[in-house]
Every structure is written in C-alpha cells, then in structure tokens.
Design a protein around this ligand. Structure first.
Ligand code: ZN
Length: 67
C-alpha cells in the first residue's frame, strides 16, 4: 500500500508516529507505505524511547527554470 498526500502535522499515523514526522521536510508531502509504518512501530518497541525520523519522504527536486 502506498498513498501520497499532504501531511497533517498533528495527525497520528500509528501509535508512535505522526504524519508530520514522516512527511517531506520541504513541502510536507507524505508518502505512506503501510509496511514502513509497521516497521517503525516494530523498531520502536525494543528501543523504548522516541525514535527520531530524519526523513521518510523525499519529494522530487523542484523544477528549475534555469535548466
Ligand atoms: Zn518536499
């Protein structure tokens, strides 16, 4: 399952992660892969403390008029 949409920052995506945490930092685009969220939750369990997600979605670079 893969769904792309605009993230709602405070919207809970799974018990430990919000849409804002997993969205692209530049444009807020969120590409949800069901398996990724499940894996993050599994990863979270043994750690027992917040898992910081650096980047889960990378949008394509903006089109440049200079090219
Ligand atoms: Zn972006």
């Amino acid at each position: 399952m893969e769904v792309a949409k605009k993230a709602k920052p405070g919207q809970q995506l799974s018990p430990h992660f919000t849409e804002g945490e997993l969205a692209c930092r530049c444009c807020g685009r969120l590409l949800i892969q069901g398996e990724l969220v499940s894996r993050l939750e599994i990863l979270h369990l043994p750690v027992g403390k917040p898992v910081l997600v650096n980047s889960a979605t990378a949008a394509p670079p903006p089109m440049s008029a200079d090219l």
